[in-house]
Design a protein around this ligand. Sequence first.
Ligand SMILES: C[S@@+](CC[C@H](N)C(=O)[O-])C[C@H]1O[C@@H](n2cnc3c(N)ncnc32)[C@H](O)[C@@H]1O
Length: 219
Amino acid sequence: MQTPSRIVESNQDGIHDKLDVIVQKHLTTTFQKPYADHSKRAFEYVEKWLQTRGSKPIIFDSCCGVGDSSRALAHKFPNHVIIGADKSEKRLNTERAEAMPENLVFVRADLNDFYRMAVDAGWVLDRHYILYPNPWPKSEHLKRRWHGAPVFPSLLALKGKLELRSNWKIYLEEFRRALELAGFKANLKSLEVTEPFTAFERKYNNSGQQLWQLTANLN
Ligand SMILES: C[S@@+](CC[C@H](N)C(=O)[O-])C[C@H]1O[C@@H](n2cnc3c(N)ncnc32)[C@H](O)[C@@H]1O
C-alpha cells in the first residue's frame, strides 16, 4: 500500500536570494572534483552498451528511480537509446514482470560524475528528462539542487530538449532563472496528469498535489 505523500515544506517562500550569485559562479568556473571509480566503471559500461546499439539519438532519464518513465520512453521512442540513471541500486533493481526493452539501459551512477564524463566524451543528447528530482527544500541545501550544483554547466552542455517535473514550484522557478542566467528560455506550467509517468508522479497525483513541468530547448 502506498503512503500518502506530503507537500514540500520549505523555509523559502520564493527563489533563493543567493541563487544568481551561485549559478553565475558555477557558470564561470570548472567543477574539478575527481570522478569516483564506480562512476568511471558505470560510464564505461554504458559506452560499451551504446556501441552495440549503433549511433542512435540518446535520451537521458536522469534520477529515474524505479525506471517507469525510462521504460515508457523506450516504447515511445523506439529509434532512440534510453539511458535511465539513478544512484540508488535498490530502486533500479525493482523487479518487473515485463521484458527489458532492447533500446533501454539502466545504470547506477552519481550524475554529478556521469554528466561530466558524458560531456568529456562528446555526447549530445536528443532529450533529457529529470523527473521529480529530490527537492532539497531547506534553503541551506540550494547547492544540492541541480541548478545550484557545480555540475549545472555540464548538464547544460549535454544539450537536448530538457524536461523537468516537480511538486515544488519554487524548484522549477529557480531552474528557469538559472537557465535564463545561462542564456536559455524555459516554459513553466502546471501539469495535468492523466496517466502517471513515474512512480513519484503517481504518488503525488494520488495525494492531490499540484504538479509542475518545465521545458527548455538547450540546443
Ligand atoms: C524523488 S526520486 C524520483 C524518481 C523518479 N524520477 C520518479 O519520478 O519516480 C529522486 C531520485 O533521484 C535519485 N538521485 C538523487 N541524486 C542523484 C544523483 N546525484 N545521481 C543519480 N541519482 C540521484 C534518487 O536516488 C532518487 O531515486
